[in-house]
Design a protein around this ligand. Structure first.
Ligand code: CP
Ligand code: NVA
Length: 332
């Protein structure tokens, strides 16, 4: 029996949670996943309602919150990037107090981490971070569950992140790996290394957990014997189109391709939070191709479609883990 109790807690960033709490949420998610697969109802939160605020677009996160809430018996209200007064006509503080009077929990996806932190400060119900510029904690639980399922463990796993390591994904992955005793490597050019203060903090955390954090510009050194190769888009939501040129120049050497995969362990898994630019089947992918002549960006189509790729398991696990986050913080 776990002694962890997360009822009433916010879910804002991984730094706020202990190893024990993270592993507990993964266990709860695995148990909900099993129930869902076996068709066992788990709608124990009947009568509750959650607000889903999205100031940036989404496929996985929105669908996960909606399906998970419905499976738990809850109602949802979706506020799209243009459909609310938030920040424009009404302050975050006032929004938090209004929504707390109607809803049992609030999800927020948007820009600065300080916005979701402020929302949580004034809300009287749990607030869940559905992605900010600085962190993407719900994605972390899905990623860790996927690693557990495919590699059978988390501790001791060599996790190599390639690409822009200064943004939400790399930040959150570095913290999570450090907490869980994994060996995190940011493999990128030094201008794209994560924030030095956060690296230092993660090094301290890793020391206690038996993990490690390292920064490496050399692809062959970094990917040697890796258990996990991970990447994310080179230009994130909310960034201007003008940054494509510098990103392509700096990050092309850090594309996840077969050379990197072959240098890793035979059992290596390829992960990506998605969406990914691995072919020309998107309008942005087409535009980048017309301007820069590249038909695949952060990952090659060959790796994305290979047997190493677990990206669609990872996407499915967003739903099971988001369900766990809502359930444990609402006390299902
Ligand atoms: N990975 C992720 O957060 O996907 P969406 O942007 O589609 O929600
Ligand atoms: N870094 C990406 C992650 C998308 C899930 C972004 O913020 O757009």
């Amino acid at each position: 029996m776990s002694t962890v109790n997360l009822k009433g807690r916010d879910f804002l960033k991984m730094l706020d949670f202990s190893k024990e709490e993270i592993l507990y949420m993964l266990d709860v998610a695995a148990s909900y996943k099993k129930k869902k697969k076996e068709g066992i109802p788990h709608d124990t939160l009947h009568g509750k309602n959650v607000a889903l605020i999205f100031e940036k677009t989404s496929t996985r996160t929105r669908c996960s919150f909606e399906v998970a809430a419905h499976d738990l018996g809850m109602g949802t209200t979706y506020l799209d990037p243009s459909g609310s007064q938030i920040g424009k006509k009404e302050s975050i503080e006032d929004t938090a107090r209004v929504l707390s009077g109607m809803f049992d929990g609030i999800e927020y996806r948007g820009f600065g981490q300080e916005i979701v932190e402020e929302l949580a400060e004034y809300a009287t119900v749990p607030v869940w971070n559905g992605l900010t510029n600085e962190s993407h904690p719900t994605q972390m639980l899905a990623d860790m569950l996927t690693i557990q399922e495919h590699l059978g463990k988390l501790e001791g796993v060599k996790f190599v992140y390639m690409g822009d390591a200064r943004y939400n994904m790399a930040n959150s992955l570095m913290v999570t790996c450090a907490k869980l005793g994994m060996h995190f490597v940011a493999c990128t050019s030094k201008e794209y290394f994560p924030d030095a203060k956060l690296v230092k903090q993660c090094e301290e955390i890793a020391k206690a957990s038996g993990g490690s954090v390292s920064l490496e510009e050399n692809v062959m050194k970094a990917t040697k014997d890796a258990d996990v190769l991970y990447t994310d888009v080179w230009v994130s939501m909310g960034e201007p189109d003008e940054v494509w040129a510098e990103r392509i120049k700096a990050l092309s050497p850090y594309q996840v391709n077969m050379k990197a995969v072959e240098n890793a362990k035979d059992s290596v898994i390829f992960m990506h939070c998605l969406p990914a630019f691995h072919d020309l089947k998107t309008t942005i992918g087409q535009k980048v191709y017309e301007k820069f002549g590249l038909s695949e960006l952060e990952v090659t189509d060959e790796v994305f479609e290979s047997s190493h790729s677990v990206v669609f398991d990872e996407a499915e696990n967003r739903m099971h883990t988001i369900k766990a986050v809502m359930a444990v913080t609402l006390g299902a």
